[in-house]
Design a protein around this ligand. Structure first.
Ligand SMILES: C[S@@+](CC[C@H](N)C(=O)[O-])C[C@H]1O[C@@H](n2cnc3c(N)ncnc32)[C@H](O)[C@@H]1O
Length: 284
């Protein structure tokens, strides 16, 4: 991968207004000398685009709630969360972002960084698997940028459980459904060929997973848009699924979801979790 440096003038153009050079250096998006290499530039493009796409949701939750709660699921180095806090929550003087990450080294580094940058009051780093994380009862916006494989499903479950007003996920690599297609190719007439080759199973598995995620959100009352995040030259994992809660549920989407699951025979983690939580609600 190229490590070509970018001109200083271009470096300034890559930073969002309000993003400090100190934070960029802390996040290793800029070098100690304030330079930007090609890898960091690619990452910065994704984050900047995502923050742009999240603006309406961020403005909405700030307008509607005195202290909006945002969850960054699978936060990694925390690029996205730190920028949301520096650019939006800190200037607003309101709101709290929970960055959830399972790797202890990244958790410790993010906590130290938040303290050093004086952002600790608006950014809490939660060291846990998403499935077992302790988070507030209610969240207003849930984001997950490249949360690996089924971690995106865990993020969506959190959004649904916390009754989030907005959700935004950019899924990462996906293996789960491709493996289900290998073990049980779709049985509907003519469909088996779709899953015959490993490459096609991976592509179909990834596409099906994201279609199912979008339908689940719609069935739970979210208005969903699916778009490209940045140009493919900046990231191959590029699908942005945005959801805004507009109603309690959508029977048409629920029907489309169950037909798709029946036709393909797949059952991604998101569907399994929702099924088991529906079953336990029915028992009580
Ligand atoms: C590809 S990285 C993306 C990090 C960050 N969102 C970004 O875009 O820079 C995915 C991160 O999710 C974390 N992760 C994966 N599964 C997780 C889970 N179940 N719970 C919490 N964190 C998880 C990984 O440790 C990793 O740091």
């Amino acid at each position: 991968m190229s490590r070509k440096k970018i001109d200083r003038k271009d470096v300034r153009e890559e930073l969002l207004p309000g993003a400090s050079v100190q934070l960029m250096k802390e996040l290793h998006l800029l070098t100690r000398d304030g330079d930007l290499n090609a890898d960091a530039r690619r990452k910065l493009k994704q984050i900047n685009h995502l923050i742009g796409r999240l603006r309406p949701a961020l403005d909405d939750v700030l307008a509607r709630y005195p202290d909006p709660i945002i969850i960054d699921a699978g936060a990694g180095n925390g690029y996205l969360g730190f920028l949301i806090v520096e650019l939006i929550l800190k200037p607003a003087g309101r709101g709290l972002l929970y960055a959830v990450e399972s790797r202890p080294d990244l958790v410790n580094r993010a906590r130290e960084r938040a303290q050093r940058l004086g952002l600790g009051a608006r950014l809490k780093v939660v060291g846990a698997e998403l499935e077992h994380s302790e988070l507030p009862e209610r969240a207003h916006l849930v984001v997950a940028l490249h949360a690996c494989d089924t971690a995106t499903d865990d993020a969506l479950v959190i959004a649904l459980e916390k009754n989030a007003d907005h959700v935004a996920v950019v899924p990462c690599c996906q293996a789960e459904v491709a493996e289900q297609l290998r073990l049980h190719p779709p049985e509907a007439p003519g469909m088996a060929a779709l899953a015959q080759h490993a490459w096609h199973r991976r592509e179909l598995g990834s596409h099906l997973t994201n279609v199912i995620r979008a339908l689940v959100l719609e069935s739970k009352g979210y208005k969903v848009t699916v778009t490209e995040l940045v140009g493919l030259e900046h990231s191959l994992k590029n699908e942005l699924i945005l959801g805004k809660r507009v109603q309690r549920f959508d029977a048409r989407a629920e029907q489309a979801l169950s037909e798709l699951l029946a036709a393909t025979g797949v059952e991604p983690k998101l569907v399994r979790i929702l099924k088991s939580s529906d079953a336990s609600t029915a028992e009580t």
